[in-house]
Design a protein around this ligand. Structure first.
Ligand SMILES: Cc1ncc(COP(=O)(O)O)c(C=O)c1O
Length: 383
């Protein structure tokens, strides 16, 4: 039985060609502490980090001077929310947010009196720009935070339209599900910040993530974590310059060397081509699954913009049991449950039982997707 990985929305596997080699090469040849001192290994490690910064900035349309590297999207979302929101500030979010946004906000509600308004959106929870703008003008609002694509349904949010509609209120985009999966140009998005994982669509190692900052937030964002930077070591205060102000402690330089290789591979392959491939396969999968009696697709709109993620359930079948059988009997790896996004599942009407989620990646084939549809049909039919 061939093992088939269909959990790219959680993390990508396999990684891009060249990533494992770049990580190994870094550990064997360049594993000094970046920015700490001036010997050759430190210089080699610094080069690896800076080369990653350039590769990421180039791929996502960020300014390298305001491209920050860290351990993941969660870290950067926490940095933004804790670093920007003060007592009594109001935040507007969509009804599709991940807990990487909701949990920090719920704590800020308790500890700083921050208030959170959720825009319900249309079918599938995707908000219209005009509704977000109406919510923002209802009461003074400090920040809008939106996922770029739902990690449950794969639906894309119109972040460019929303950024324009809510201006000058800053928009933070959680791009965990879009970086590397659809073309992203932060420079023309209109958002104040864009956050993403390095280990999902960007096809890099886990323990890597990116924050792209626009000019307006770059001067005022406070670090979440403070410590050594290798620069201004005479001072017990954080340096004010970026990236050091927001990048305390020894970075995951080996992971970033891998992420740089992944970004270079994506640039060569073309994110546009990856997006086309994933969209074609997800549409094919949806059509095949829709033919299976009892299958329900959640948040699926064939005409709406989306990434290659699709959630479904099968009537009369427990999703957890189905996922276990798909893995055990058919070699298919899917994510089941609430996907760290209870708010999105409430919106889609799939809380608390959750869904089976298929995450398609650049190396997924039509045969993989057909195997899944066939296996679901077998299990749904009592096989
Ligand atoms: C929409 C969304 N936001 C944030 C995250 C957190 O990303 P990371 O694993 O890089 O911290 C995820 C990961 O599942 C996600 O899907």
């Amino acid at each position: 039985m061939r093992a088939i990985y269909l959990d790219h929305a959680a993390t990508s596997f396999p990684k891009a060609p060249g990533v494992a080699e770049a990580v190994a090469r870094h550990l064997e040849e360049a594993a000094g502490n970046p920015g700490r001192g001036g010997h050759r290994l430190t210089v080699a490690a610094s080069r690896a980090v800076e080369s990653c910064r350039l590769a990421v900035a180039r791929l996502l349309g960020g300014d390298p001077a305001r491209t920050l590297l860290g351990p993941g999207a969660t870290f950067w979302l926490n940095t933004l929310l804790a670093g920007l929101l003060g007592p009594g500030d109001r935040v507007v979010v969509s009804a599709l947010e991940h807990n990487a946004v909701m949990r920090p906000l719920r704590r800020l509600e308790r500890t700083r009196g921050v208030t959170v308004a959720v825009v319900e959106g249309g079918p599938g929870g995707v908000p219209h720009a005009r509704d977000v703008a109406a919510e923002v003008t209802r009461e003074p609002t400090a920040l809008v935070v939106l996922t770029h694509a739902s990690n449950v349904s794969g639906a894309l949010l119109p972040v460019e339209d929303i950024a324009a509609a809510v201006a000058p209120v800053p928009l933070v985009v959680d791009g965990a599900q879009t970086a590397g999966s659809i073309p992203v140009d932060f420079g023309s998005m209109g958002a104040a910040a864009y956050v993403c994982s390095g280990h999902k669509g960007l096809l890099g190692p886990s323990g890597t993530g990116v924050l792209l900052l626009g000019e307006t937030l770059a001067g005022r964002l406070e670090p979440l974590v403070l410590g050594g930077t290798g620069s201004r070591s005479d001072s017990e205060e954080m340096p004010v310059e970026l990236p050091d102000r927001l990048e305390a402690g020894t970075p995951n330089a080996a992971g970033l060397a891998g992420l740089a290789a992944a970004c270079r591979w994506l640039a060569e392959r073309g994110v546009e081509a990856v997006a086309r491939h994933e969209l074609e396969l997800v549409r094919h999968l949806a059509a095949r699954l829709a033919e299976v009696p009892g299958v329900r697709l959640h948040g699926w709109d064939p005409a709406a913009p989306r990434v290659g993620t699709l959630s479904f359930t099968v009537e009369e079948h427990d999703a957890g049991e189905l996922a276990a059988r798909l893995d055990r009997e058919h070699g298919l790896m899917l994510r089941v449950g609430l996907h760290c996004a209870p708010l999105a599942h409430r919106t889609l009407g799939t809380f608390p039982s959750g869904t089976l989620r298929t995450g398609i990646g650049p190396f997924t084939t039509r045969a993989d997707v057909d195997t899944l549809a066939g296996a679901v049909a077998t299990l749904a039919g009592g096989g």
